[in-house]
Design a protein around this ligand. Sequence first.
Ligand code: 6PG
Length: 222
Amino acid sequence: MRINEHPDREALTLAVAHDIVTSLGMVLRAQDRATLSLPGGSTPVPVFKALSAAPLDWDRVTIIPGDERWVPSDHARSNARLIRRHLLEEGVAADLIDLYDPALDPDAGAAAASARVAGFLPLSVLLLGMGEDMHTASLFPGAQGLAAALAADAAPVLPIRSDTAEEPRVTLTLPVLKGATEAFLMITGPEKRAALERAAGLSPEQAPIAGLLRDLTVHYAD
Ligand code: 6PG
């Protein structure tokens, strides 16, 4: 794990956007398409805005949310909506694979989403966020479905139900996240920095981010 500490959140945003664009550019010089996974939450929004201004062959990029809240795609808490609003509607011509399906429940929806994403794996570039409880994507400690989502033979997308999440979730599973060619974690604030240090001594069951630390490039600012 490499930790880059930045003097402020503007420097953090620029560094994360730079790493993502550089990594995608390298992939696109070697192959026809690239797959980018982006997190939900509030932290990454400035990065999405920076990416929307980046000169890249976005029409050769497929974006997959790292996880999804099981809400309609126009709901304020939808991660797909966040990506559409701050990237696609800003002119980024990437394809977006929506993990949500209004016709299905989270269990069937996760199976259908697994089939949709399978052809776009492994991820070329992965950006993750993290909670103070050391969850990442929707891999929440103590969640129903966590053990299955951490398993080496897990399907690409599985359902997660957690008392700490406002709604049922579906998430990219640990083997998919670990399989990313380049994986970045973006965190802010001393509480998350301390949580990341704690995770280094814990199991993925206790601290799901721990399952990814070895190959992560972390970008941090207070
Ligand atoms: C989500 C994210 C989740 C997020 C963390 C951090 O759907 O909420 O995928 O894993 O990255 O909860 O969220 P903040 O950046 O808002 O603190």
